[in-house]
Design a protein around this ligand. Structure first.
Ligand code: ARG
Length: 457
């Protein structure tokens, strides 16, 4: 089949070469963006007198018909036309005749594809920001229900000090808040128009870049045509921001997976977000959390891939850049899917308050309380640490916890111990008293939730 760029060629490529070079099987995802970009471009061509008003109107009509068909899934594309841009041009010419060939005046696929991707990411980054906010809101609701639910806090995955479950959830709220800010901050770079950079050097036609930028609701335009067509930083930024978000989700997934194990039993996932085993009838597996943890890998992969694609590229456009799209689409799909699933999974998650609290009673996560107690009474903290460490060891050897240790033993260890020691080591009290800013004390957590609520609005 004769190519739209076939004039310079004596042979048409073989089908398998066509297939290798084509991007239509994935860049058809950009069909609406491509048509939207073309609509702005043709209006500008008419306005600037580069083509006649009648021609511009005819092309506009044709593009609108194609847009309608695209929305109804009625367009069919062909590998012979390589990518979405040439496919659309071909369909347009089929629709309105040879005048359709005037659409490509004063532009190139190079600025066209870059424009499409800016439009595409602009839309999806906004969706992702909304989804992040949705997950933050879900975490806030859960946190509000569980201010006074206590569980062991861990360091090194060893029980460290008791904390409020709400405090734990709110840690993720703030991670997501940074993610949201990063995406918001990137919007100003996504929202720039490369259109009119043409192939690489601008064009001799008297185009109006500001007009198309404005029509497409961009906030500004690329200052340099070479940069305009070859910049993919905005996609790398998107992949990088997504990698961070996925990493945060993955950490929470890891905790969810641990928490719903037999060993912890801190939570139970709703049936919707779990699956059974084909052989072991008792199983309820946290598949969705595992899958999101796993999908983090492909998002990192997409980031590495694009960074590597770009590192050796001379200016301006190179066909290597066609490799930028699949990772971007895949990341958008992964991010939107993971965030949606996460919202549902968190909303429906059942918290086993008793198990969590029980865990704080059957460990030594109240040992810091004892050391603090002695140091408040004047003993240097280092000595207090030693005294309590010895008491913990004594308990471990007799198979009891600090709460079970007879008062004489405390007295023997230090004369500073009084009868109130048992209240001090009560984990609930231990949490309540951690009133320092950003700490887990119940009242501090309540204030933190209020602050977060204002922040979210
Ligand atoms: N399909 C191409 C891509 O995705 C569009 C730009 C092609 N430009 C070119 N001069 N071959 O990058």
């Amino acid at each position: 089949m004769k190519k739209l760029w076939g004039g310079r060629f004596q042979k048409t490529p073989e089908q398998w070469v066509d297939e290798f070079g084509a991007s239509i099987h994935f860049d058809q995802e950009l069909v609406e963006e491509d048509l939207t970009g073309s609509l702005a471009h043709v209006e500008m061509l008419g306005k600037c007198g580069i083509i006649s008003q009648e021609e511009a109107e005819l092309i506009t009509k044709g593009l609108k018909t194609l847009l309608q068909k695209a929305q109804n899934n009625e367009l069919s594309f062909s590998v012979a036309y390589e990518d979405i841009h040439l496919n659309i041009e071909k369909l347009l010419i089929d629709e309105i005749g040879p005048v359709g060939g005037k659409l490509h005046t004063g532009r190139s696929r190079n600025d066209q594809v870059a424009t499409d991707m800016h439009l595409y990411l602009r839309k999806h980054v906004q969706t992702i920001i909304e989804l992040i906010k949705g997950l933050q809101a879900t975490l806030l609701t859960k946190a509000e229900e569980h201010v006074e639910t206590i569980l062991p806090g861990y360091t090194h995955l060893q029980r460290a000090q008791p904390i409020s479950f709400a405090h734990h959830l709110m840690a993720y709220y703030w991670m997501l808040d940074r993610d949201k800010q990063r995406f918001q901050e990137s919007q100003k770079r996504i929202n720039l128009s490369p259109l009119g950079s043409a192939a690489l050097a601008g064009t001799t036609f008297p185009i109006d870049r500001a007009f198309t930028a404005d029509k497409l609701q961009f906030e500004g335009m690329y200052e340099n045509s070479l940069d305009g067509v070859s910049d993919r930083d905005f996609i790398i930024e998107f992949l990088s921001n997504s990698s961070l978000t996925m990493m945060h989700l993955s950490r929470l997934c890891e905790e969810i997976i641990l928490w719903c194990s037999q060993e912890f039993q801190f939570i139970e996932l709703d049936d919707t977000y779990a699956t059974g085993s084909s052989i072991m009838p008792q199983k309820k597996n946290p598949d969705m959390a595992e899958l999101i943890r796993g999908k983090t890998g492909r998002v990192y992969g997409n980031l590495m891939s694009l960074l590597t694609i770009l590192k050796g590229l001379p200016l301006a456009y190179n066909k290597d850049l066609q490799e930028d799209k699949e990772g971007m689409f895949d990341t958008v799909k992964t991010m939107e899917g993971s965030l949606q699933i996460f919202i549902g999974m968190m909303e429906t998650l059942k918290v086993n308050k008793e198990k969590m609290e029980q865990a704080t009673k059957e460990d030594f996560s109240n040992a810091t309380e004892l050391a603090d107690y002695l140091s408040t009474k004047g003993m240097p903290f280092r000595d207090a640490h030693e005294v309590v460490g010895t008491l913990v060891y004594q308990c471990i050897t007799s198979g009891i916890y600090l709460k079970d240790l007879p008062f004489e033993e405390y007295k023997k260890a230090s004369h500073l111990f009084e009868e109130d020691v048992y209240e001090v080591i009560n984990p609930y009290e231990a949490v309540r008293k951690r009133m320092s800013a950003g700490g887990t004390g119940f009242d501090v957590v309540r204030q933190a939730i209020e602050k977060a609520k204002e922040n979210l609005n």
